[in-house]
Design a protein around this ligand. Structure first.
Ligand SMILES: [Zn+2]
Length: 114
C-alpha cells in the first residue's frame, strides 16, 4: 500500500470542496469565514452558528462539540473512516488525482525498477 502525501492532499482538497460536497448551508458568511450549524454533531437548529469554518485557512472548529481540523479531518469525521480511506474517497468524489508519496511534480507515479 502506497503512502499518501498528506501535505499535498491538504493543499489539494479544500474545506470549500467538502462543504459543497455535503451541501452545507451556512447561516452567516463574512469574507472567507462561515458560521452555521455543525455537520458533525448535528446541532438542532438550522440557524445555529456553533460551527465556524475559514475557507482561506482551510480549517474548521465547532464551539459545541469541539471538533476541529482541516478539510481531510472533516471528511474523515463525516464519513467515519480513517484519514487514509477518507483522502482516497474525497479525491474520487472530487475527481482529483490522489497525491501519492514519491510522485513526481507532474503527479505521475515513479517508474518501477525490476
Ligand atoms: Zn459540533
Amino acid at each position: 500500500m502506497s503512502g499518501i502525501d498528506y501535505r499535498a492532499a491538504r493543499a489539494l482538497l479544500r474545506l470549500a470542496d467538502v462543504l459543497e460536497l455535503i451541501g452545507y448551508r451556512p447561516t452567516a458568511q463574512l469574507g472567507q469565514q462561515l458560521r452555521g450549524p455543525c455537520p458533525l454533531h448535528g446541532s438542532g437548529s438550522p440557524r445555529s452558528r456553533v460551527f465556524a469554518a475559514h475557507l482561506g485557512k482551510n480549517v474548521y472548529h465547532c464551539f459545541r462539540c469541539a471538533a476541529s481540523g482541516n478539510a481531510l479531518d472533516l471528511w474523515a469525521a463525516l464519513t467515519r473512516q480513517p484519514l487514509y480511506a477518507a483522502v482516497l474517497e474525497l479525491c474520487e468524489r472530487l475527481g482529483r488525482p490522489v497525491p501519492w508519496l514519491g510522485a513526481g511534480p507532474t503527479g505521475e507515479l515513479p517508474m518501477n525498477d525490476p
